[in-house]
Design a binder for this molecule. Structure first.
Ligand SMILES: [Zn+2]
Length: 699
């Protein structure tokens, strides 16, 4: 049956355009960093004395100070301590939170190695110190009183069984000699045997959660070993927001937060160690107290602040990148190596950190990778269903000096893969403002045509996300005020992409019902006009294909099809469903990228995809920069569904641009939402913050 009017209504009943993203916004009030109160000396290996990291000598190498020696590291053993309320709960959400957390813990345990700790324990925090000399002749300054309750992040109580011992007195006075009375020993707890790290996990609707009902959670480290490695951290999940998250997003959130708690946070950069030295020498010079230097820096938000500053071997900036003048980059060896290899850019000098203020004043350069550079990486501020842990984040962890990374646990990152130096250095609009040419538009990257749902004559084309996972629309939006000058890509300076973190570059963003792997989106055969086939192997394909008997589309559309790659990844078989539900297949060779192919029982053509993206290698070949390094001595959302989807789906409109986050961070010059294009948009904002912790002052 051929009914032109039916097609018109099809276009009118189009897509659910909705951003499937979740933000992680740090709002560090204060970062609790390694210091005399937060460092706890750990015993490594079988050493009786905690002098330094245990080493072994490569028996094949001569025993010289410059010979290659290696530290014996093993997979990190993480103790997960759920709060009593969370542990005891049988509520489905809490059961899920425990399971999601365990998945995140399992991942990091498999991906990171550390020097094993014999029994993990945490020092008591001193409240009162008295100087010697003492009546026994000793001269040392001694702690005579400890804080009443040991906490992580001024909130979560650390179990007493994990604490080291001490000695406190009821009365002390400083004189010559100093003396105390009523002294008793505080017995040490048993500690955590055979654990290298502990994470306290809560799910409480805290004030931070209530400040934004879309907050998913927050996390930070709070205790460190003598080499500044985080050994204790805290994650709080916000239960109301977590209840709305898909399991993919929830697990990604758990992995993301745990990564922050393991040390992926702005304040730790200056505390990195150099694993080519033994013992681990600081990458950034310290003062006598072990504190790195501070200097005045122009921060990513444009304000100048005096901040603890990492060495340029760790962090570089501020520098101008794509017209933004206050960019910072991680410049450590594996991160630089990963950047050169991933983008195929030999001159890349580091990896940018997010330039939008996802942190409060305490952070000058942020705690995430730049969204524009590494879009779907786990540690960018905006998380979606496609988030992956790449060599960038594993390389980062190795560059801390505290971890060794297992790069076989890295997942392929399609964004920017082999796109060259210009991908990072050029504007997403490589043409002029009046005549835009959007970078890699045909490959699902940047675009400049706002999505319009409607009749065939008025609807805009749809596309595929850059990774091929989603049927997508162009996320161009109009704001109510001009965008910051560095991010004005178009003649109308109020136009830009929906995500500030993508430097306001519009991209092909997935429809909320555009996930090709989700079979719940599959339409009945008689209304599956465009041949969608959803499934675990399905990917989004561009083209003009439509069941015979209907009108050939005038605009390029997107369709989900099963994509099965040959073993050598030189070809792929694409399978769509015809009007009777039969499978219709066509084969594309790698060299046929962009070539149109016809299918039996279909009008139009399907375009062969880029097999580098659609048939990715799932194993990484990344080799750590440290391999073979000499160790030296150191000092100490879619058409009806998609445009082609379920005709019963109510019509919807284009998404709103990212609104000002209600994080109280005072984002300057951030345009408010424009009125013309606004519709519902459901960002879940995931605060992963470093909570305020006030160090109890020594008296
Ligand atoms: Zn984060």
């Amino acid at each position: 049956m051929f009914l032109p009017t039916l097609l018109l209504s099809l276009y009118a009943l189009c897509c659910k355009a909705q951003l499937r993203t979740h933000k992680c916004v740090h709002h560090h009030l204060h970062i609790e960093l390694p210091n005399e109160n937060t460092r706890s000396v750990q015993l490594y290996g079988n050493e009786a004395e905690p002098k330094e990291m245990k080493e072994t000598t490569d028996e094949q190498a001569p025993l010289k100070s410059t010979s290659r020696r290696r530290l014996t590291k093993s997979n990190i053993r993480i103790h997960t301590e759920f709060s009593s309320a969370l542990a005891a709960s049988t509520a489905p959400l809490d059961v899920n939170i425990r399971a999601w957390t365990e998945q995140a813990v399992t991942y990091w345990q498999s991906a990171l190695k550390v020097e094993p700790v014999s029994t993990l324990s945490f020092s008591l925090t001193c409240k009162s110190l008295i100087d010697g000399p003492w009546d026994d002749g000793s001269t040392a300054t001694q702690c005579v009183e400890y804080v009443a309750t040991e906490q992580c992040n001024a909130g979560e109580t650390i179990p007493s069984a994990w604490l080291k011992g001490g000695r406190k007195c009821t009365s002390c006075y400083a004189s010559s000699p100093s003396s105390c009375t009523g002294c008793t020993d505080i017995a040490a707890g048993a500690g955590l045997a055979n654990k290298d790290y502990a994470i306290l996990v809560t799910a409480e609707n805290t004030a931070t959660c209530q400040a934004s009902t879309s907050t998913l959670g927050y996390a930070s480290p709070c205790k460190y070993d003598q080499f500044d490695r985080p050994i204790l951290g805290h994650i709080n999940y916000c239960p109301l927001a977590m209840a709305t998250a898909s399991s993919n997003i929830a697990v990604a959130a758990g992995k993301h937060e745990l990564a922050h708690a393991l040390g992926f946070t702005s304040g730790t950069f200056a505390y990195f160690r150099d694993p080519t030295t033994s013992p681990l020498a600081p990458r950034t010079t310290r003062d006598a107290a072990g504190t790195p230097p501070s200097s005045a820096k122009v921060c990513a938000d444009g304000n100048t602040r005096t901040v603890v500053t990492p060495n340029i071997n760790t962090l570089i900036g501020p520098m101008t990148v794509r017209d933004f003048p206050h960019a910072y980059k991680i410049s450590t060896p594996n991160v630089v190596k990963a950047a050169k290899e991933h983008f195929n850019c030999a001159t890349q000098d580091g990896m940018e950190l997010e330039n939008q203020p996802t942190s409060a004043a305490a952070s000058c350069w942020g705690s995430h990778w730049e969204q524009r550079a590494l879009h779907t990486e786990l540690m960018t501020p905006v998380t979606d269903e496609s988030s992956v842990v790449s060599t960038f984040t594993l390389g980062f962890f190795e560059d801390t000096g505290w971890y060794e990374a297992d790069y076989t646990k890295a997942e392929p990152l399609p964004w920017g893969k082999n796109k060259g130096c210009n991908f990072l250095s050029d504007s997403c609009n490589t043409g002029t403002k009046s005549s835009p040419t959007m970078m890699l538009q045909n490959e699902g990257y940047f675009c400049n045509e706002a999505y319009v749902s409607g009749a065939q004559s008025t609807a805009t084309m749809t596309g595929c996300s850059h990774n091929g996972n989603f049927k997508s629309y162009c996320s161009l939006s109009t704001y109510s005020a001009a965008l910051p000058s560095a991010f004005q890509h178009f003649l109308n300076n109020k136009n830009g992409g929906a995500l500030a973190e993508l430097d306001y570059c519009p991209i092909y963003a997935g429809f909320s019902n555009g996930d090709c792997s989700d079979t719940t989106h599959q339409s009945a055969n008689n209304i599956n006009y465009y041949g969608d086939l959803y499934g675990s192997t399905s990917k989004c394909l561009r083209g003009t294909m439509i069941h015979t008997g209907y009108t050939l589309p005038s605009k390029e559309l997107s369709t989900c099809a099963a994509v099965v790659c040959s073993a050598d990844k030189s070809s792929a078989t694409l399978t769509l469903k015809d009007s009777s539900g039969g499978s219709q297949a066509v084969t594309c060779l790698a060299a046929e990228k962009g070539t149109g192919k016809t299918l039996t029982n279909f009008l139009g053509q399907v375009l062969c995809p880029d097999l580098e993206v659609y048939c990715p290698t799932t194993t990484t070949t990344f080799v750590s920069w440290y391999k073979n390094q000499t160790i030296v001595p150191g000092t100490s959302g879619s058409p009806t569904g998609s445009p082609n989807g379920d005709p019963t789906t109510p019509p919807s409109t284009a998404p709103a641009p990212s609104s000002s986050k209600d994080d109280g961070l005072g984002k300057e010059n951030l345009p408010a939402k424009g009125d013309a294009v606004m519709a519902s948009v459901s960002f879940v904002i995931m605060y992963c913050s470093i909570l305020a912790v006030w160090v109890v002052g020594m008296v």
